[in-house]
Design a protein around this ligand. Sequence first.
Ligand code: ZN
Length: 564
Amino acid sequence: MLYRLFLGLLLFFSLNIIGQENYPQDEFRSPLDIPLILAGTFGELRSNHFHSGIDIKTQQRQGLPVFAIGNGTVTRIKVSLYGYGKVMYVAHPNGYTSVYGHLQKFAPEIEAYIKNKQYNKKSYEVEVFPDYGEVKVEKGKVIAYSGNTGGSSGPHLHFEIRSSISEKPTNPLLYGLEVRDATNPILNKLFAYPLSKKAQVNQSNAKVELNFSKQKDGSFLADKVTAIGTIGFGFAGFDRQDMAANKNGIYSVQLLVNGEIYTDYDFEAFSFTETRYINTLVDYDHYGKYRQKIQQCFLAQGNRLSIYNVLKNDGKIVVKDGLSYSVELLLRDLEGNLTKAIIPVEGKIEPLKIKKEETKTDTYVIAKKPNNYDLGAAKVYFPANTFYKNFYIDLKKGKDTVTIHNSRVPAHRNFTITFDASAYSKDERKQLFIARLDKKLQSSYASTYKRGNSFTTRTRNLGTYTLSKDTIAPKIRAKNFKEKQWLNNYSYLSVLISDDLSGVDTYSATLNGEWILMEYESKKNTLTYNFEDKVLTDKQYNLKVVVTDNVGNSSTLTSTFYRK
Ligand SMILES: [Zn+2]
């Protein structure tokens, strides 16, 4: 009985210390048969989201065999031009689902199964949900080959382990996969934030950067901070595993005040519904200005993340005159490598030297309420809770443009911008689209919904928008073959496609009038047809490729070749 109690307590404490549930340790194998070197960790801070898996480096190559990490059944396969590109989901009997993304292709049987769907649907992009048990896989069998498809900027395997029921992504390194890591997390910068109305840090009412230096014991010591009122801290840093220089995310962050934990969060798991709240964990204004992500160790306005294990007083410290505080920042990776910084704080009322006032405009947005604005050229509608906090928004009316503040304020929800195109003729309207203008006035296409004279886009990007015209049809040309050529030894056909202004919307290709699958790699502007797809029995072939841009301009390439 006592022994049981002891075991129970031991389990209770060890769970509490690590803050993890029991993830199966010996059930899964590695998805690759090379040493795991990571280009990205779970929870890593990405643009508008936390990274939901690990990115495993594939030796700068594509086509490495990808293995099922356990027995299971394929529950979903998606082929997309964006996101995970070609991706496979395998549900395992232990309640977890493994996800393999940016694949080059699937193992032959699964590839044939997907090709069949693609030819039936006459579309490169498909998504299928096989019935449970329809496509089974075995632990250690090849299920696919690694690639670079979708929104991937270099060959790697994006690998996830989700809870099958909640679909919550969990940290794949909690399942006993071996990744060598003897490197401590790296602390780049420290910041102190005055948070209450009359708070100050080092005689400033705006955030200040803190100097720190390395001590003999390896920890960092910051210069003493004088402060008064409610303050918080933030840091910029990254983690590195062995064998690679990649700047990856840090697993766990703790902030202690006089030995008491004020903030404790880690990347054990999160949910997709909360991932965009990353914009409240990082100091978004700072990110907009300097492209550097400060993780705020206090709960900023609008933050609804569930990653916190402890949050005392929202991670904020109330500094009183005459008292001293020892603030400790602890950064850990999953191997327990620790980086520690100590920030001595002294409560002191001092004259304010650096005074920063909020920039005021005519328009104060109440985040909780829906807001409508008429900006001449366009109307803007922000639904309730588009923003995380109330602020003075800068709205500018141009002759043909509208400027909605700037990109340093994040929007959580989509808002709408509606242009009136009645000044244009019906023919002109066809070629018009809503464009977002960057700082250099380069325009990019914003998905434009047209209803009569009313053109609307839904976006979460603040900035400058205008109506732009695209009169030029897409360009198409053969890449690896010529007109009237014999292509007996060719294994594939390659065609280059591009569109300057509004961008490529759709494409389709036929061979002697029959639809053929061409895989679109938008990073390389190429369409590829694989001769293995069909048994060709004719001698002369007419290839026809039609490409349409986002306003409906279209181009056609026709070419004849021979093959026997
Ligand atoms: Zn990834």
